[in-house]
Ligand binder design. Sequence first.
Ligand code: ACO
Length: 704
Amino acid sequence: MNKEAINKLMRPKSVAVVGASSQPGKIGYTVLENLIKGGYKGKIYPINPAATEILSLPVFASVSALPEPADLAIITVPVKFANQVAEECGQKGIKALSVITSGYSEVGRNDLEKELIDIAHKYGMCVLGPNIVGSLSNSDDLNASFGPFLPFKGSATLITQSGALLIAMDAITYTRKVGFDKMISIGNMADVDFADLIEWLEDDKYTSCTCLYVEGIKDGRKFIDACRNAKKPIIALKAGTSVHGAAAAASHTGSLAGSAKVYTAAFQQAGVVQASDLNNLFDRTLALSLMPPLKGTNLLLVTNGGGVGVLATDAAEKFGIPLKFAPPDVQEELKKHMPAFGSAKNPVDMTGMAGNDWYYETVKFAYAHPWTDGLVVLYCETAMTSPVEIAQAVKKAMDDSGMKGKPIMVSMVGGTRCDKAMQWLVENGIPAYGPPDQAMNAMAALSELNRIQSMLDKTEVVSDPACAAKAAEIIAVARGDGRTALTEVEAKQIFSAYGLPIAQTWLAKCEDEAVEMAKSIGFPVVMKIISPDIVHKSDAKGVKVNIKDEAGVRESYKTILANAKVYKADANIHGIAVQEMAPSGTEVIVGSVNDATFGPTVMFGLGGIFVEVLKDVTFRVAPVNKSQIEQMLTEIRGAPMLKGVRGELPRDRAALVDVLYRYAIMISDLAGEVSETDANPILVYAEGKGVKVVDARIILKKKA
Ligand code: ACO
């Protein structure tokens, strides 16, 4: 990150608008007008070859005519002039460019974009964009964009790949009363990207939470590292999760939208909370920007209405933060501020009789009590109460409790009086929502933040160079033969080098050898054709199972060879694998792909119908620590199968975790050579009995 240049980009003391126009309606006019109307205190230099004065400001004929190098140049000239302007900016000593101009990689002109960045880097400049709306900052009264106005004030910062969405969200900040300090459009991300800004925002005292609208990340590992290192919460809305949406995103930004499941995995590993849609992004951003994480499972609800209490309880369960009853001593105290027919369990129902005082006393006690990890205050509009007064009582209770460091939020169900009260709450630092499920979802975001942050650094990933060296030898043999598919035996040798528990598999070159091997492994055995020309062994009738004795081995050897010849007469046959016949167990699949954005990525799912029909799989970017792997095992819909069903004992999770851990190290080590792998099936036995990798596949990258 070019920090010095990004400082000038984000907090300039002077701004030049190249292409400032005197014609209202043009972007070059609007940007200049926005700078003035926003109240920007730095120097503003409009640049236009023909005009002498625009919006009462003196105009400069060119960048070189400026009295000083402005900190930031906003480029609003057509693409055919823009790179020349960038060159002039560099010569002048300007260090930051905000290139609003479109017509670069998003329309296939990668050459022009590369030229722009080459020019910028030649002079040590950073580039925001191109193809952007610009950037906005409340703390500097800086509307350096053609967005309509500075956002509703607050401490979140938005970074978005869609400029149009920035404009829309800017307006929504006022209707939703979700406060932002900055909104930054990064468009084609040709230079300054998410990671650079996330890193820069760490030191920005006006930003408490970073909010991302993501279509496609270019350098996935850089993104993960930047997010992992960030102490401020990050929330992302990933667009392009549908097949069609991904295609639309790719054409919009000129970048790769990637697989939604891999993004979800990467966000988990990077400590990034996800939003499901735009509304949800606002709800969750509000909570993350104002409140600390929810660090425990004791969530207390306080309400004046049973109905909203039930709705909130349902929502809590749905969003993974189920309620439990408060302990008896807490209930005793809570009963003091409700009628006899109220309930002090959880939700704490003070009934419709609750006024300011009961809200005050109950919230003050409940918020301060050590049992409570988080508090949600629900309110239904009644004729006897004033929503603003209730809001004020909640705030006063929170302040008077002396407690800090745990989340509190409010849900007010009612009309315009509630809207005013909620605005008051937000302006006073308490997240407030209408429907209770929105509040509960926002509280769940605070819980997710705590969970994913606590999983970030738990287990060190340790790689052993000896494993990689052994794998390299085996890969070299395949490369020498001009092959990209390793045989099952070769793949298993690599798996074995990484300590994966494979079903013993040896390669027999003749019948006698096969017999010796079978005897050594112990009957029954499985025999399989091993040929780089026969990928689908069963199609070639090249597999025999449950071979019980020597005669069976001899017979199978002949039959398999004969079948292979019929299937493909000129097949290059390496021999016949003799394999231990593993006892049956719960079938799972582990595999890997080399994701275009995030690189080697490990996949886990249950075998058979679960993977083939239900696509019930989950991913992590490799390598991955063991706490993340534990989480993977719970993420699939078929997770209960691992707990043991229909009287089965629980499956050996520890052994499975170890397999995934080693597997991820393996694909990470071999990422330069390997494109895809499979361990399918892996049989998982009862606790303490381990797992067995029955089949193995490794496909190498094609080399030019
Ligand atoms: N130095 C200074 N000024 C110059 C130069 C130069 N080298 N060359 C031209 N100009 C002036 C022009 O004279 C003109 O001023 P005028 O109105 O006084 O004559 C001004 O720059 C603008 O030039 P125009 O030719 O009028 O261009 P126009 O304003 O129509 O378009 C723009 C320029 C806005 C950059 C356009 O090419 C463009 O890229 N539009 C898309 C921008 C966009 O939407 N970005 C965000 C994408 S995200 C989203 O979807 C919202």
